[in-house]
Design a protein around this ligand. Structure first.
Ligand SMILES: [Cu+2]
Length: 69
C-alpha cells in the first residue's frame, strides 16, 4: 500500500469533503481516503498495482475541484 497526499482547491464545506470521498472511494485499489477541509489536503491510500494517482486527480477534477499537486 502507498499513500499520496494531493492539494485540492475549491472545497469549501463538508459537502465538498463528502463529494471528494465519494468519487475516490469506489476506485478499485483505493483503501482509504482522508480529507482535511481546512488545508485542502486529500490523502489516498492505494494499491499501486491496481490504480495510479493520475486516476485520483482525474476523478477529483471531474467532481469540480482543482488539483494543485
Ligand atoms: Cu461544499
Amino acid at each position: 500500500m502507498e499513500t499520496i497526499t494531493l492539494d485540492v482547491k475549491g472545497m469549501t464545506c463538508m459537502g465538498c469533503v463528502a463529494s471528494v470521498k465519494r468519487v475516490l472511494s469506489p476506485i478499485v485499489g483505493v483503501s482509504q481516503v482522508d480529507v482535511v477541509l481546512e488545508t485542502g489536503k486529500v490523502s489516498v491510500t492505494y494499491d499501486a498495482a491496481q490504480t495510479q494517482p493520475a486516476q485520483f486527480k482525474e476523478a477529483i477534477q471531474d467532481a469540480g475541484y482543482q488539483v494543485l499537486a
